[in-house]
Design a protein around this ligand. Structure first.
Ligand code: 99T
Length: 201
């Protein structure tokens, strides 16, 4: 199998960390691509008509896409260790919260990196950051005992989302109002799979 890949993408990183944590890294070749909403290589569109990464290209079936779909597929292949049935709805909700943080943070990144300065909207950027701040507050207040439990896909997604905030929006200082989450993140970042997949351009 092949995965459309960019180190900077937190969505791709979720899949990469899952591969490492479940010992499937040798089953998937990483195909490095450069894609933005304004420049989409043919191979990205071929795998996903929406033009986003990651997509998982399979020899025996259609390519599948959206990181949540790919993560469910690869986890099922490994016997479901990261989406345990006993806490499935909590795991999926935490993953959706982390993905929402990533989506807002990536939109901010595109606004700042791709739009000419005179067309950027400070109001729109702040509205995106407000979503992120609300999601962080909920993780910090509601989900810490879950995050402290056995490894699952919710934790991996939150780890990837927080590292992406450091990578692209360091100046926002997400740790300021989220002490518990910051302490959890410091420990979670020590995992080999997280250290091996730190984002870079
Ligand atoms: O929006 C585009 O056309 C290209 N963007 C992407 O492919 C981003 C890369 S993160 N991926 C997604 O937005 C995937 C979201 C989807 N719901 C999923 O797979 O979960 C790039 C970040 C950066 O370069 O800073």
């Amino acid at each position: 199998m092949k995965l459309t890949y960019a180190s900077a993408s937190p969505f791709v990183r979720k899949v990469h960390v899952l591969l490492l944590e479940t010992g499937q890294q040798d089953d998937v070749e990483l195909i490095t691509v450069k894609t933005t909403p304004l420049t989409t290589p043919d191979e990205v569109f071929t795998a996903n008509p929406i033009g986003k990464i990651p997509a998982l290209i399979r020899p025996d079936g259609p390519a599948i896409y959206d990181s949540r779909v790919i993560c469910r597929f690869l986890d099922a292949r490994a016997g479901n260790p990261l989406y345990p049935q006993s806490s499935l709805w909590d795991v999926l909700t935490i993953e959706a919260t982390a993905d929402g943080i990533m989506e807002a943070a990536v939109l901010m990144r595109y606004e700042e990196a791709l739009r000419p300065e005179e067309k950027r909207s400070a109001e729109w950027l702040e509205a995106q950051w407000d979503k992120i701040a609300r999601a962080l507050a909920v993780l910090n207040a509601r989900w810490m005992s879950h995050l402290a439990g056995p490894l699952d896909m919710g934790q991996i997604a939150v780890g990837c989302a927080l590292d992406y905030l450091d990578f692209r929006h360091d100046g926002r200082n997400w740790r300021a109002d989220n002490d518990s989450l910051a302490a959890w993140h410091a420990e979670f970042s020590g995992r080999d799979s997280m250290k091996a997949t730190m984002p870079h351009d």
